[in-house]
Design a protein around this ligand. Structure first.
Ligand code: SF4
Ligand code: SF4
Length: 267
């Protein structure tokens, strides 16, 4: 992708940014995240179908924040994550340049975050095929079957927290599951503790999950935990008309109250 390499090199040479976060060739044919600070290394940047890590994950890391103004290579899930993080005051357009990548793998340049927001609303995306298939299957289950499905899946969880580590929206310095005084959620992997962990995670991501699928893709046991947050996203859209990653102005849906909110869950 020559236009991306050229743009990254220009930004670094002009010292507009100190770092470009993108993708480079890894080992065994895998693409991996790249952190380019030397303009001559911009040549290493790639973009193709293998580049599916959600790089927005790194934007809240202190090492990246310390680097000053940076640029990030942003296919659609990264663009949406940037909008969520901006709405939560985690990134600003003063410290971040978004190098958008279109669905046909072309560089899209943006003047500001509002332009990213506009691009996202003009290019709606559909679900990944495997997510759609499982979502449809779960939708057809009755409540008892769904309960059994999730109990069975989540009972396998070994609490490695790779799902949390892969999610750009899980950026708290200390996660509730790491807190032991008081200990809200038990550490060992067992049925009840696993359920608590996953319900807490899903609720913390309600209205914030942009459906990148990285949590499930990073799970060593292939647990479809993204479907929990995806399902809640559908409910948030239906009940509060809010879709994560589409608005810079939206307040966090779980901590705002509107007198016109539906109350059909009460009673
Ligand atoms: S799909 Fe998973 S990793 Fe991606 S934003 Fe949602 S919860 Fe986070
Ligand atoms: S990555 Fe998988 S096994 Fe690890 S905590 Fe998440 S769901 Fe559990």
């Amino acid at each position: 992708m020559e236009e991306l390499k050229k743009k990254a090199r220009e930004l670094l040479e002009a010292k507009t940014v100190t770092m470009v976060i993108g993708y480079e060739e890894g080992t065994a044919g895998i693409a991996r995240p790249a952190f380019i600070m030397d303009p001559s290394k911009a040549e290493k940047l790639i973009f193709d179908k293998r580049c599916n890590h959600n790089l927005a994950l790194y934007l809240s890391k202190k090492e990246v924040k310390r680097a000053g103004k940076i640029a990030i290579v942003a296919p659609m899930p990264v663009m949406k994550s940037v909008i969520v993080l901006a709405s939560e005051n985690q990134v600003t357009e003063n410290n971040l340049v978004v190098l958008g990548i279109s669905a046909d793998e072309k560089l899209v340049e943006f003047e500001n975050f509002s332009a990213v927001e506009k691009y996202i609303t003009e290019h709606p995306e559909s679900y990944r095929a495997k997510d759609k298939e499982l979502l449809d299957r779960i939708d057809k289950m009755n409540p008892q079957e769904r309960w059994e499905f999730w109990q069975k899946e989540l009972s396998k969880c070994i609490k490695c927290y790779a799902c949390r580590g892969a999610c750009p929206m899980c950026y708290c310095g200390t996660c509730t599951v790491d807190c032991n005084q008081p200990q809200w959620i038990s550490v060992p992997s067992h049925e009840i503790g696993n359920l608590e962990w996953h319900l807490m995670r899903a609720m913390h991501l309600a209205g914030r999950c942009i459906n990148c699928g990285q949590c499930a893709d990073s799970c060593p046991l292939d647990l479809p935990v993204n479907i929990l947050t995806l399902k809640i996203s559908e409910d948030v859209l239906k009940n509060f008309n809010y879709k994560a990653g589409t608005s810079l102005q939206q307040d966090y849906v779980m901590s705002t109250y509107n007198p016109n909110d539906k109350e059909n869950f009460i009673g």
